[in-house]
Ligand binder design. Sequence first.
Ligand code: RET
Length: 234
Amino acid sequence: MATITTWFTLGLLGELLGTALLAYGYRLVPEATRKRYLLLVAIPGIAIFAYLLLVLGIGAIDGGGHTVYVVRYVDWLLTTPINVLYLGLLANANREAIGKLVGLQALTIVFGFAGAVASGALAYALFALGAAAFAGVVYLLYYDVADAAVASLSDVEASLYRTLRNFVVVLWSVYPVVWLLGAAGVGLMDVETASLVIVYLDVVTKVGFGIIALNAWLTIDSVTTADGSSVAAD
Ligand code: RET
């Protein structure tokens, strides 16, 4: 029978393959966007370590009657701010907007973790704070940062911004639902099912985000190379 370790092993393989694929793409994207592209490789790259620890059975603690996977939160604390940082940089948003975006996303994860180890009403209060911080992230991505994208980017690049932004908002919104249904919340979803869903989402959100960007840069590069104009720099 498949156990939780099976899901973690699949997650590890997914993140390994994804990182290798995205690393290969580094030499294919336009030179001016390469530095920023490294962020996309780092996102699944960091998760390799998190999944390695999970497979080895390291990084889980008891959160008052249920298991809390600390490494998972550490992974998210590092990678989700990097992910929104990439969106902010892509949109040429100002420092203030990028700072808020990264800070609020980090707070989302910190509050979610605190809620997972707390119990009773406090757990839900902390969850609500995390949800409020995440609402701030979504707001910025749809308004301030989106406005910056429209004002500074070509149509194809602004369209890439919107695709990546929608991908993030839709898929990331499943995480708080799993938190609520899982052991940290009402407990309708057992730990194994929640882990399966999260492993699947982790690989799709991290690797999928990078592949969409890679694919878009390859297209943008071939189009602009063909007509002789250049792509916006870093
Ligand atoms: C928590 C609980 C508190 C409220 C909210 C949450 C959102 C978590 C998110 C996680 C995204 C993780 C990703 C991982 C990729 O590997 C912390 C569950 C809103 C958005 C993208």
